[in-house]
Write a protein that binds this ligand. Structure first.
Ligand code: SF4
Ligand code: SF4
Length: 476
């Protein structure tokens, strides 16, 4: 048991679930993101800092505000968010959102963290599979345990705890048809496994944020959605460009605009970022988001400015059209797509806030499957048509030869278009992680994300919609 846990006041709030109440009320909310600190930090000092931040966040007047506490993704050894919440005031723990990352988390650890959070009165948990450790090779990543977000949600669903509100994340900033549909397919699997709120990856492409809302709407999935927005600093821009923020991307055109803003002065750069944030926050409200999760506000001064500017921006625009005019003159100057020929699911986004009729989806065109891939698919289908119902060791040698089998205990080849899910360095079986590159490349390099390949083959086989009904078990 950690020092933070020992300090925990286990008296839960008796005030219901105020985060859920805010979502249900339709009020636009602000979540201030804070990551759990590395274990080398003094726990008492970290707890004091979090308690002070909580006080400031709860004192925000203009809109309902709370904290989103994430597992420290950039430290290998960090306090878990579920431990860190010990520093929050017991009477307000039902207001906040707490993330549980599947990285380095086996079932026993997940059980312990869930109990810890729930016993402390946390009622809102978000499942993420977790990022790879920066600088680690594919081989080292394979040695780590990643419990997939879908499995975490499934675990929470088994608890049958009506007080618990479970959430998930999605990366809508995908620019190839198959990587975008892979994200959406996984999102539907998460919703089918109990996700009741969605938080997006951070990004600046409002077309993609609207596409997600439209997609959920035409699918009849009326799930509250929160847009994660990231306040940029020159250092943060550099880190994103160096690949230190998995799944977050800056397009070449946007990069040029940021460089231009920086050329004048740091003050000018900061002013431009605040205006960008204001416009994004106000836009999210018009696009039907329930709130924003603001990342990158790392001191009290910035938090005070953020609260004031976001509150003012929400009052500034009285209609979607008025907002759109300002957005077009300020933000739309930058092409947010990272490459030419980028895929957009709908072609008339950002002309109106909601689709009057079901919008037409951009056709996928001919399946992008090579002759070699078709041959391998048929070969695998011939040899392993029922592998998911047989002992995983059956025909192992053939699986190694034809599928790159890594020897798991539960073969899922027929459920995965005969692509071995254990080829994913994180061994995720139910879809791409949030760190996937915008063109569908693996977060860790080494070529295409295997789940993009699964989507391509599913398209060829006419099985894309059937995929989301399958929840794949882990291989162990
Ligand atoms: S899913 Fe992959 S690793 Fe597991 S038995 Fe099948 S081929 Fe082997
Ligand atoms: S293969 Fe896909 S899901 Fe697996 S780590 Fe790479 S990008 Fe993530």
């Amino acid at each position: 048991m950690s020092e933070l846990q020992l300090q925990m006041n286990f008296a839960p709030s008796s005030r219901g679930n105020r985060f859920r109440d805010i979502l249900n009320s339709g009020e636009f909310m602000l979540l201030v993101e804070n990551s759990s600190p590395g274990r080398d930090n003094d726990p008492a000092a970290a707890a004091e800092k979090l308690a002070a931040l909580e006080k400031e966040v709860l004192a925000i007047q203009d809109l309902p505000a709370a904290l989103a506490i994430t597992d420290g993704w950039n430290h290998v050894e960090s306090w878990r968010a579920a431990e860190y919440v010990a520093a929050l005031s017991p009477e307000n723990r039902d207001r906040h959102l707490v993330y549980v990352s599947g990285r380095n988390t086996d079932e026993a650890e997940l059980n312990a963290l869930t109990h810890l959070a729930c016993d402390a009165g946390i009622k809102n948990l978000v499942a993420v599979s977790g990022d790879a450790v920066r600088g680690e090779s594919i081989r080292d990543t394979r040695k780590r345990c990643f419990t997939e977000s879908v499995r975490i949600l499934d675990f929470w669903q088994q608890r049958r705890d009506e007080q618990l509100l479970c959430g998930c994340v999605v990366n809508p900033f995908q620019y190839s048809s198959y990587s975008l549909l892979g994200q959406y397919c996984k999102l539907v699997r998460k919703i089918n496994t109990g996700a009741q709120v969605i938080v997006t990856q951070a990004g600046w492409d409002m077309l993609k944020l609207q596409t997600l809302r439209w997609y959920l709407s035409i699918r009849g999935l009326y799930i509250p959605t929160i847009a994660r927005l990231l306040l940029l600093t020159p250092e943060r821009v550099e880190k994103i460009l160096a690949g230190n923020y998995p799944g977050v991307n800056i397009s070449p055109d946007f990069r040029k605009i940021l460089e231009k803003e920086l050329r004048f002065s740091l003050n000018q750069f900061e002013a431009a970022q605040w205006r960008r944030l204001e416009l994004q926050a106000a836009g999210c409200k018009f696009l039907g988001y329930s709130g924003i999760q603001l990342s990158g506000v790392d001191n009290h001064h910035k938090l005070a400015i953020a609260a004031e500017r976001i509150g003012a921006a929400l009052r500034e625009f009285s209609s979607f059209e008025q907002w759109l005019e300002e957005y077009n003159s300020y933000l739309a100057r930058a092409e947010m797509a990272p490459f030419t020929g980028s895929f957009y699911l709908f072609d008339r986004t950002l002309r109106r806030s909601y689709p009057e009729h079901a919008p037409r989806m951009t056709p996928l065109g001919e399946p992008q499957v090579s002759g070699g891939e078709k041959f391998r698919y048929r070969l695998r289908h011939f040899f392993f048509p029922h592998a998911d119902r047989q002992d995983a060791s059956a025909r192992r040698l053939l699986k190694v030869l034809f599928c790159g089998c890594r020897g798991c205990n539960h073969c899922r080849l027929p459920l995965c278009e005969y692509v071995c899910p254990d080829q994913c360095p994180k061994r995720l079986a139910n879809g791409p992680c949030g760190g996937i590159r915008p063109d569908g490349g693996c977060e860790l390099g080494g070529g295409e994300c295997i789940h993009r390949r699964v989507m391509r083959l599913a398209h060829w086989q006419g099985e894309i919609t059937g995929l989301e009904d399958r929840i794949l078990p882990p291989g162990v």
